[in-house]
Design a protein around this ligand. Structure first.
Ligand SMILES: [Zn+2]
Length: 425
C-alpha cells in the first residue's frame, strides 16, 4: 500500500465542487458545491488520492506512519482559489490617481492625460527585471496568503514587442520560481500608446507582436481591451481572429465602460473562452454568451474601487445560463487588491451571488476560464492537491466577515505553503 503524504481530516464543512470539471457550472448548477460534513482529503505526490468523510478516507487505508495529518475540526475546507484575471506583473503604483478619481475625473480622461495604464507602462519600462520580479513576488505572496493557488497573469504594461516579451518571460520565470501556478496571457492590446493611432497600433499587434509571441510559445491566451476609444469591436475582432489562427486561446475585456458596445456579442461570435467585466453588456450580448457557453469573468473589486455603483448584472447572466467566474483584476489602477476573499464578499453583496455560487465562481468556474479545470478548482481524485483550510465556522461566514483574511492554511500540490497558527493538530 502506498500511503498519503498528507491527510486533512475532520473538516466541519468541505466543499469539493465535485463533478464540474468537464464543463463549467451554470444556472442552478452553480449552487451544487459537493458539500461534505466531517470531510477529509488525502494527497500523495502532489495529487489528491482520496476524498470523502473522515471515516471513509481512513477506511481506505491511506494513512501510514509517514502521513502528515492536519485536523480541520470546526473549520471549512475548500479548493484553493483560482484567480482568472490579473495584471499583477508591473512596477510602481498609482495611489496619486485616487485623488483625481475622488474628484470625479473619468478613467478614460486620466488615460488621455498620460496617466492610467500609460503611467504603469513607463514605471515598468524603467524598472530592471529584478525590480519587477521582486515587486510582483510580494503581490503573489499576498495572493497566496489570501488563498489563491492558481492565477492568470497578463502582459500589457509593455506595449512594444520587446517589453511585452520581457513581461511574458518574467511571468514564466515567476511561475517556476514561486509556489502558485501562473497562466500567461498576452495582452499587447491593453492600451494604444500616445504615439500611435488605434489602427496603427492594431496593425502592429497583428503583424509584429502576435507572430513573434506565438513563435516563442510564451503565452497561452491572447486578450484585448475592447472598448470604444481604446480598441473598437472591429479592431478587437481583427486582433483576436489573428490570435486564434496562431493557436492562442482567447479572452476579451468587454463592455466595461460603454453601454452595449457590442463586446459580449463579439465574444460569443468568436467563441472566446471568457469575456471579462461585462458591466454594460446588452441583453442580446448576455443571451449570446449563454448560447456559446462563454464564461463571464466578473470583477466586482474593480466596480467597487471605481466607486460608480455600477456592477455587472450577474443574476441576469446566471438566470440566462451564462457560467460565471470571479477574479480580482489585480492591477495598480482600477483594482489594487490581491484578495479573492474580498471579491467573494463583493460578489455576494453587489452581484447578488449566494455564497455557494460565489465559491463555484472563484474555484472550478475560474479554473475553466483559464483552461485548468482538469487540474485544479475542485477536490477530486487525480486533481492537484490545492486545498484551503479556512478559519471560519461555515460557508456563509466567508462573504459575511470581510476585510480580514479567513485563510488559515494553504496547501499547494500537497505541500503546506502557508501554515496558520490557529489550526489544532
Ligand atoms: Zn483587466
Amino acid at each position: 500500500m502506498q500511503y498519503a503524504d498528507l491527510l486533512i481530516h475532520s473538516a466541519h464543512m468541505m466543499a469539493t465542487m465535485k463533478g464540474l470539471s468537464e464543463s463549467p457550472a451554470r444556472g442552478e448548477g452553480m449552487s451544487q458545491i459537493g458539500l461534505l460534513e466531517d470531510g477529509a482529503v488525502a494527497i500523495r505526490e502532489g495529487k489528491i488520492v482520496a476524498v470523502g468523510t473522515t471515516t471513509e478516507v481512513l477506511a481506505g487505508g491511506w494513512v501510514g506512519p509517514e502521513t502528515k495529518q492536519i485536523s480541520a475540526k470546526g473549520r471549512v475546507v475548500t479548493p484553493g482559489f483560482v484567480d482568472p484575471h490579473t495584471h499583477v506583473l508591473y512596477a510602481g503604483s498609482r495611489e496619486n490617481e485616487l485623488s483625481l478619481k475622488l474628484k470625479g475625473v473619468p478613467y478614460l480622461e486620466i488615460l488621455k492625460q498620460g496617466g492610467g495604464i500609460h503611467s504603469t507602462v513607463r514605471s515598468t519600462k524603467q524598472a530592471t527585471d529584478e525590480e519587477i520580479k521582486a515587486q510582483t513576488s510580494r503581490r503573489l505572496q499576498t495572493m497566496l496568503s489570501l488563498g489563491t493557488t492558481t492565477a492568470e497573469v497578463k502582459s500589457g504594461y509593455g506595449l512594444t514587442i520587446e517589453e511585452e516579451m520581457r513581461s511574458l518571460r518574467l511571468i514564466r520565470e515567476l511561475g517556476s520560481e514561486q509556489v502558485m501556478d501562473l497562466v500567461p496571457t498576452f495582452m499587447g492590446a491593453h492600451a494604444v500608446p500616445p504615439s500611435y493611432s488605434e489602427e496603427e497600433f492594431t496593425n502592429y499587434v497583428i503583424e509584429d507582436m502576435l507572430p513573434k509571441i506565438a513563435a516563442q510559445g510564451i503565452a497561452e491566451f491572447c486578450d484585448v481591451f475592447c472598448e470604444p476609444g481604446v480598441f473598437s469591436v472591429d479592431s478587437s475582432e481583427r486582433i483576436l481572429v489573428k490570435a486564434k489562427q496562431l493557436k492562442f486561446k482567447l479572452k476579451i475585456h468587454a463592455d466595461e465602460l460603454t453601454k452595449a458596445a457590442g463586446g459580449a456579442e463579439l465574444a460569443a461570435k468568436l467563441g472566446v473562452i471568457s469575456a471579462d467585466h461585462l458591466l454594460q453588456a446588452s441583453d442580446e450580448g448576455i443571451s449570446a454568451l449563454a448560447k456559446q457557453g462563454v464564461i463571464a469573468v466578473l470583477l466586482p473589486a474593480t466596480s467597487f474601487n471605481l466607486a460608480k455603483n455600477s456592477y455587472a448584472r450577474a443574476r441576469t447572466m446566471i438566470n440566462a445560463g451564462v457560467p460565471v467566474a470571479l477574479a480580482t483584476d489585480s492591477n495598480p489602477g482600477s483594482s489594487p487588491t490581491e484578495s479573492m476573499p474580498l471579491v467573494l464578499t463583493l460578489a455576494c453583496l453587489y452581484l447578488r451571488l449566494t455564497p455557494e455560487e460565489a465559491l463555484t465562481a472563484a474555484t472550478i468556474n475560474a479554473a475553466h476560464a483559464i483552461g485548468r479545470a482538469n487540474q485544479v478548482g475542485s477536490l477530486e481524485v487525480g486533481k492537484q492537491g490545492d486545498v484551503l483550510i479556512l478559519d471560519i465556522p461555515n460557508l456563509n461566514y466567508l462573504p459575511y466577515h470581510f476585510g480580514s483574511n479567513p485563510v488559515d492554511t494553504v496547501i499547494k500540490r500537497g505541500k503546506v505553503a502557508i501554515r496558520g497558527i490557529n489550526v489544532p493538530n
